[in-house]
Design a binder for this molecule. Sequence first.
Ligand code: BMA
Length: 890
Amino acid sequence: MYHFRSMNRIGLLVLFNLVYPYIIFTDVIATEASKLDKRFAFAQIRDGSSVTAEIDLNGDWQFKAIDEDKWMDGIVPSTVWTDLLRVGRLEDPFYRNNEFKVQWIEKKEWEYQRTFQITADFLKHDKIILDCRGLDTIAEIYLNDHLVSKTQNMFIEYEFDVKPLLQVGENQIHIIFRSILEWNKQQNALEQKVIWDNEKGNSFFARREGSDFGWDWGVRLLTCGIWRPIRLAAYHIGRITDLAVRQNLTNPKKAVLDVTVEWQQFKDKKLNVEFQVLLKDKLIARMKTPVTTDQIKKQISIDNPLLWWPNGWGKQPLYTVRTALLDGKSVVHSKEIKIGLRTIEISREKDSRGETFGIKVNRNLIFCKGVNWVPADALPDRLTEDHYQHLLRSCVEANMNMIRIWGGGLYEPDIFYEFCNEHGIMIWHDFMFAVGPYIANESYLENVRQEITSVVRRLRHHPSIALWCGNNEQESNMPAWTKDYKTVTWEDYDRVFHETIPQTAALYDPDRPYWPSSPHHPLDRKKEGPDWESASGDAHLWDVWHGGEPFIWYAQHPEFRFISEYGFQSPPVMETIRSFTGPDDRVLNSYVLDHHNKAGKKSRGNQDIGNIRIANYMAGNFAIPNSFENWIYVAQVMHGEGMKVGTEAYRRSFPDVTGALYWQLNDNWPTFSGSSLDYYGRWKALHYMACRFFNPVLVSGFVEGTTVKIWGVNDQLLQTKATLKWILSRFDGTEVKRGEQPVMLPANSSTLLAELDFEKDVGEKPEYITYRKDCYESRRQYYLSYSLVRAGQELSSNVSFFTLQKYLALEDPELQHDIKKDGDQLIIKVSAQRFAAYVELGLKESYVRFSDNYFHLLPGETKTIRLIESEVPIAEFEKQFYVKSLVDSY
Ligand code: BMA
């Protein structure tokens, strides 16, 4: 297992290639080492602003615990955890149950220091800013022993004017990080209204990542440190401090941009501002104007504007808006941003049940399909660009068009938003509030105002951000909190989430919709009416999993408007399990495996902890697997199947249901959770299934007794003509009957295409039926396969069973496979004599990704699968390769 021993930069490169094995790294070590930290996503500054000169303070620092004497080598940006791992003071907190052994760190206070040289030339600049992009969290900054400032917010990008504190020659910067646990206690003690305890030691006051305190899928690593870049930025004569662009797209032939530039002047000079708009590198518009006031507004129009569309609806053209402060011909300072022209609005229309909730893009109601995102590493400073791109690209490949950045995590690095801009992934962006109840105390509100200002000014130009959302689940907890604690009031809640945050956001981003909470039920937020949850707004549906309801519950409850959370759990990929366990740990509900499942409290004999809940559901749906590896396989298949049942039910219900975002995409450590991509970004069965149940054209059936209703869902903005084909078959390979009919799928719609009654074919013998209605003697022999085909090309296919998977009379499908090289591709042809359920292709001892997996194979069908990623050389691949299906698991 990985042990972080005293690593120099190269050592670190090897480290992250251990962490993120996909990157073929042999030839990159030499060249990349110098650009190492630039690849760390949070270590980048990509705000489009120039500087006249800078002193990069990233890199080598000294750090130590306040109560220790010996300084150690740190590499900033970092967290104290990554530095302690690097110097070998820590075992890997993810391995087995090491999490417990590293909790001492959060109880200490830490300090960082370094020296740096300043030249006389540098000191001549008019303005010198200490630019701190991220200080986690309660920090005191000293420059040459002068206190520059005390900060208490991990998310704010701080700027301090420090020229007067600098000197030619050696200078020293020293930053102390106080204990957030002590700070929380002090704040709570100061605020009379706080009459509750937070067992995690967290508090609403703490403006930092909430999930670090531990979550029902997350490890507890309470970080602190200089987690984002730090530098001295120098400016001369003047500086553009803000660039904002508002769009008016009412006239589809001519887009009008209202561009506002704010700037500071450090020298009395006649200056101009030049505005340019470019599409790719082509200049679209240009104008220059003298600067008179500190805010310059200009209108720029774009003829025949190209609109930005979500994934699946069109392209994502990005325009560059470039501004430069000019002193005669020379550029004093410049700032540019990329924008996309589109309208996004929240649509709410009254109806008989209350009011609808939906997202309209460029005036079209869209079905939002995607996931909830959590921080991708409990130590975010280790996250690389590559890893972000891998996780986000996996969303595009799964036909998603929306990601919800969940309110207990982080505002993500610029690369995240840029990727979503470039690939049409809309972002439901929570502000980072998930740890209530909240009290509207003035100093707290001021901290929040500064945070929202900093975050919104940094992110508002990204076309992918569809809406701002006030918090995660704070409104839905209020009815209970106001009952339990008399000091908790809706007044306070509203001052934070219906006044301070939306008003501050609107100051800097007036055109982007704001939704106060997820979930938010505008018609009945106090949950007084019977339909409080479905009458209006978005919903978090946890009746399945937390509520113990069977998967069919989703299909029986299509009354909700927009499902922003629904989920289940499964283990990570086997290779990932091997990374944090010893061989003896790889047995169901072992101490280590249970440790890596944070759902439910592990009090003595508690039957409701995550792994037991998975086992319960498995016993309810699938035959008990015959090996540990098969338990992992079936658990993942069950997770995928559960989300399939829910998602397809919601897509069939479009436009009554306008969104389905499953919980969760990713993990912040190797764990059992609702993720479809595990901590290493390895695809679980759910992610393969998501590619199919989020397919733009979907054929989806719902079984009631012996009747199958088949819908055609078409997310595209173009109607689609196709042929619906269906075959009723027995698992012993015999075909019972088939049918086909031409169908029309109107644009952006869900249509009931057929209602097939197979009572005569699969119905139970009347003499078998008892009051229990659980006789499946006949139905367990049959399945219905169906597809939508156009011009010989299959648009979507699906299979419906008439009973639970555990009762299916599956037979040995006699799977065959043939591995061939095709150019630099490796192709695997898989076929079966009889029906094969949830076919898994894999390698015995390592991870591999294919173009498809966990699919059903029909008798005589051959699927051609491409190898996408492998962590082993080809020779080893063929040796380890296997293909199996559900019948092999028991
Ligand atoms: C919802 C989310 C998360 C949680 C998830 C799974 O509450 O908002 O807080 O992790 O359910 O339980």
